[in-house]
Design a binder for this molecule. Structure first.
Ligand SMILES: Nc1ncnc2c1ncn2[C@@H]1O[C@H](COP(=O)(O)OP(=O)(O)O)[C@@H](O)[C@H]1O
Ligand SMILES: CC(=O)OP(=O)(O)O
Ligand SMILES: [Mg+2]
Length: 405
């Protein structure tokens, strides 16, 4: 039996789980949120007991110290929890890492070299690896967000800029949230409704055309054919593509030069686009729950922010229908995609021409299972689904594959 500790550091949170990847049995699950902000918080569930606390979390080192103290509190000190391996989410693997990788000093150095390509994420991932290796003398495995997209077709990964400069600076579209896109698309592909549809049409699984919308704080879309990525919305960095909590997604690159000529520094523009834009920049709220409450109360800026968010999503679904030659399954996942039914109906409304529909009762019902939320008008109709992502389980499974159990 293996017991894996998974550390999933996002741009402002640390999610963690202690689990057995073979049985899927989760012993401890927790999240430290709003790291580096004025007021942080932690929520942990272990053996049916929930701990919820407001705590100051100045940085990732402190987030990990909190994790250590909470493990002790529930009677499983880290050193005695029977941990056989640690799986670390690492956001940027560049062109160096395309597989889950056993961590050693060289791997740490290579992840550090990639910091300029993911300044919001890789430093946090590295802190997790460094602190983890100090405390736990077991194999540590890095699982990269970029790995699933390593073999994107060249036509999707290539930016139309000078080839020599692109090669020299490793400028290409890498794609992120790959662990989630891979996991969610494989769960959707295995769903009975999808299997039934393929069988009714006499098709093999390698012809299945999926669009996955991972809508969390960071957000990305992918076009997947037969389990292989054909395109994705994030690029060199996790800034491109959809409108996100604090990131702009697609903009005219000319905006950057315009702002810099107007007196902003490169650093200022970077902060603007990564941390002060997206839903936050448009409405003052990055959190979808707060934003929707604001919009419902009649706030014009919040309403426009939601419309811009939905407009961008519909554009990407349409674009990926073109990339794939049609859509068999459109899947929503992550915090917003799993929970915000008005966002799902808002996206699908206006995509009727692709045959996509929403069944209001199914869409508004709650469940932790993968499910169909489109109108069941015949086995051959395209499906709209909600599939809860589980990056931690996927990372734990890959960690065990690398360490051999
Ligand atoms: N019940 C809900 N309704 C609407 N939005 C929700 C709900 N629960 C969570 N969210 C949104 O999900 C987002 C966070 O998603 P998550 O996948 O946890 O993000 P990340 O992993 O990028 O930190 C936030 O915008 C939050 O408001
Ligand atoms: C890559 C990325 O955007 O990650 P997150 O959504 O965790 O910020
Ligand atoms: Mg996430």
């Amino acid at each position: 039996m293996s017991t894996v500790l998974v550390l999933n550091s996002g741009s402002s949170s640390l999610k963690y789980q202690l689990l057995d990847p073979a049985s899927g049995d989760v012993k401890i699950t927790g999240i430290v949120e709003r790291i580096g902000q004025a007021k942080g918080s932690v929520t942990q569930k272990a053996d049916g007991e929930t701990i919820e606390r407001d705590v100051a979390v100045p940085d990732y080192r402190e987030a990990l110290a909190i994790l250590g103290r909470l493990f002790e509190e529930v009677g499983r000190p880290i050193a005695e929890a029977g941990i056989t391996a640690v799986g670390h989410r690492v956001v940027h693997g560049g062109d160096v890492f395309t597989q889950p990788t056993l961590v050693d000093d060289d791997v740490v150095a290579a992840i550090r070299d990639l910091i300029p390509l993911a300044p919001l994420h890789n430093p946090a991932n590295l802190t997790g690896i460094e602190v983890g290796r100090e405390f736990l003398d077991v194999p540590h495995v890095a699982v990269f967000d970029t790995a699933f997209f390593a073999d994107l077709p060249e036509v999707a990964s290539t930016y139309a800029i000078d080839r020599k400069i692109a090669a020299e600076h490793r400028v290409r579209r890498y794609g992120f949230h790959g662990t989630s896109h891979e996991y969610v698309s494989s769960v959707a592909a295995a769903h009975p409704a999808v299997q039934e549809k393929l069988a009714a049409e006499g098709r093999t699984p390698d012809s299945l055309r999926q669009v996955v919308l991972h809508l969390g704080n960071g957000a990305s879309a992918s076009a997947i054919l037969g389990g292989r990525p054909m395109d994705t919305s994030m690029g060199l960095t996790p800034l491109e593509g959809l409108v996100m909590g604090t990131r702009s997604g697609d903009i005219d690159p000319g905006i950057v030069f315009h702002l810099m000529r107007s007196g902003m520094s490169g650093e200022d523009v970077d902060t603007l686009l990564n941390k002060k834009s997206g839903l936050l920049g448009l409405s003052g709220e990055s959190d979808m729950r707060e934003l929707r409450a604001l919009a419902d109360s009649g706030d014009g800026a919040a309403r426009l922010a939601l419309e811009v968010y939905l407009h961008r999503l519909r554009k990407y679904v349409g674009a990926y229908a073109a990339v794939l030659g049609g859509i068999d399954v459109l899947t929503f996942t992550a915090g917003v995609g799993e929970n915000a039914h008005p966002i799902r109906s808002g996206v699908v409304r206006g995509l009727k021409y692709l045959g996509l529909t929403i069944d209001p009762a199914a869409n508004e019902s709650r469940s932790d299972d993968a499910r169909v939320v489109s109108v069941r008008s015949g086995v051959e109709a395209p499906l709209v689904m909600v599939v809860p992502t589980n990056e931690e389980l996927a990372i734990a499974r890959q960690a065990v594959e690398v360490t051999g159990g």
